[in-house]
Design a protein around this ligand. Structure first.
Ligand code: SAM
Length: 333
């Protein structure tokens, strides 16, 4: 292995989120925003290019790769690609974040290929509200696919963006869901990423408020956070329940000091911080006949060294605007 990726604040990049497409079959306003122009196909990294890139990242100390989008399963051949990645990188912790609307036929092959974990985004337990939020009537499909993943033996984390005025009256249903199913039900504070997303401070259903309210609905026991699997989530067991509740608070209680993430967008841009619009354009370098991977590696090393403390950017955010302009759907969350 080459020298590891370390920034000026001593953080080591060991986790890479790789977006395989900016297209999604759902249209959640908090994520897609107003930007509806998609990246043209020739500018999207080919699967072979992503595998090449992953090989280099692994050499530089990346231990975990999460595929995201847009919606990864919207891209043709995604499940086969993920299976190929699992075969090529057996020691990498490989996972996917999905809205689970299209995963049905792929659950069994992915499980057979050793994919043990899946993160599923679901912001509501109410079918009508699901349609309001996503503009698609697919709640029951998602719900059934969560069960399919569980039946296939996968560990399922369900992620809801916590939004005041949208899903903050559903905590009893979320807690019941976690009580009755062996899942981690996690709430992620609504983040000010992208323009025209409806974000405002008062639109954030804050983690501490969720915890206080959840404590009235169930007896919760904090899980020791020594387990790397939790990432930045604070986890709680529910007494007498099968699943757990988790809180992720990038807005009210940031975890920038321990951020170990790098992001590769589907058009081959490297982002070192979710809260920054700064990108490093790797695709032209990767495709250049003389430059290629060697030069890409140099850029990644230099970019990683200058990874910002994102929360400083959040604190300087102009009132009422997103901290960065790019919509979450094209970054990958
Ligand atoms: N389509 C996939 C999915 O639904 O999980 C992957 C892409 S999506 C951009 C990744 C995650 O980002 C989802 O869990 C989504 O809810 C979350 N997300 C999008 N916009 C967000 C925002 N403004 N604040 C917090 N989380 C957000």
């Amino acid at each position: 292995m080459h020298k590891l990726l370390e920034d000026k604040h001593g953080r080591k990049a060991s986790y890479m989120r790789v977006s395989v497409t900016d297209r999604c079959n759902l249209q959640c306003t908090y994520c897609a925003g107003e930007g509806k122009e998609f990246i043209p196909h020739p500018d999207i990294l080919r699967y072979e290019e992503i595998l090449e890139f992953m090989g280099m990242a692994v050499d530089m100390g990346v231990e975990k790769v999460r595929f995201t989008g847009g919606e990864p399963f919207v891209r043709k051949g995604f499940a086969d690609f993920m299976i190929a990645a699992a075969e090529q990188f057996p020691d990498v912790d490989l996972c996917v974040t999905t809205n689970a609307t299209l995963i049905k036929d792929y659950v069994a092959p992915l499980a057979a290929a050793g994919i043990r974990r899946v993160n599923i985004s679901l912001d509501t337990m109410n079918p009508e509200r699901f349609e309001e939020v996503t503009k698609r009537d697919l709640f029951h499909e998602v719900r059934a696919n969560i069960d399919r993943c569980l039946e296939a033996g996968m560990k399922v984390k369900v992620n809801a963006v916590a939004m005041r005025g949208v899903n903050d009256n559903e905590l009893p249903a979320f807690v019941d869901f976690a009580r009755n199913n062996p899942v981690d039900m996690r709430f992620i504070e609504f983040m000010p990423v992208g323009l025209e997303t409806g974000w405002a401070d008062k639109a954030v259903w804050k983690a501490d408020d969720i915890l206080a309210e959840a404590g009235k609905l169930a007896s919760l026991k904090a899980v020791e956070n020594g387990d790397k699997q939790h990432g930045p989530a604070r986890m709680f067991e529910i007494e007498g329940g099968q699943g757990r509740i988790g809180l992720i608070s990038p807005y009210t209680n940031h975890f920038c000091a321990t951020c170990n993430r790098l992001r590769l967008t589907s058009d081959g841009n490297l982002r070192t911080c979710l809260f920054s619009d700064k990108v490093y354009r790797l695709r032209p370098v990767l495709r250049h006949p003389q430059l290629g991977l060697k030069q890409v590696e140099k850029i990644i090393r230099s970019a990683s060294r200058h990874k910002p403390i994102g929360h400083d950017l959040l604190e300087r955010m102009p009132a009422g605007q997103g901290v960065c302009r790019t919509r979450m759907a094209s970054i990958g969350g």
